[in-house]
Design a protein around this ligand. Structure first.
Ligand code: AMP
Length: 114
C-alpha cells in the first residue's frame, strides 16, 4: 500500500535490520528499541490492524506467534521470558497502520503497561 512504511520495508524500498523472513512474514528490529530484544513481526501483505483480519487472513496471527517463538529461541530469551504485543487503534497505542506484533525481551517488563 502506498505511503505505508511497513509495506515499503516489506518490498525492500526502505531498509531494515532483518531478523526473519518467510513467504508471508517479515521480522525486523524496531528502530526505537524499548528492550534489549525488540523485534517487529509483520505480514508482507497490507492489513491495517487486527480489526481488518478476516477469515482468509485469520491464520496470520498464529504464524506471527510461531515466528516470534523461533526468534525468542534464536535471541536466547525463550527461558528468561518475553512479551508479544499487538497495539490496536488510538487507545491501544498503534502508531503504524500495518498489522505488527512486537517481540520484547531481554529485561524484566513492567505490568500493567502505561
Ligand atoms: P506501534 O506503536 O505498536 O504502532 O509500533 C510501531 C513501531 O514501529 C514503533 O515501535 C516504532 O519504533 C517502529 N518503527 C516505525 N518506523 C520504523 C522503521 N522504519 N523501522 C523499524 N521500526 C520502525
Amino acid at each position: 500500500m502506498e505511503n505505508c512504511i511497513f509495506c515499503k520495508i516489506a518490498e525492500g524500498s526502505v531498509p531494515c535490520k532483518k531478523a526473519y523472513e518467510d513467504e508471508r512474514l517479515l521480522a525486523f528490529h524496531d528502530i526505537q528499541p524499548q528492550a534489549p530484544v525488540h523485534i517487529l513481526i509483520i505480514p508482507k501483505i497490507h492489513i491495517d490492524s487486527v480489526n481488518r483480519l478476516e477469515e482468509d487472513t485469520a491464520e496470520l496471527p498464529a504464524q506471527m506467534i510461531m515466528a516470534a517463538k523461533k526468534l525468542a529461541k534464536e535471541y536466547r530469551i525463550e527461558h528468561t521470558g518475553y512479551r508479544l504485543v499487538i497495539n490496536t487503534g488510538k487507545d491501544g497505542g498503534q502508531s503504524v497502520d500495518h498489522l505488527h506484533m512486537h517481540l520484547l525481551g531481554g529485561r524484566s517488563l513492567g505490568w500493567p503497561p502505561g
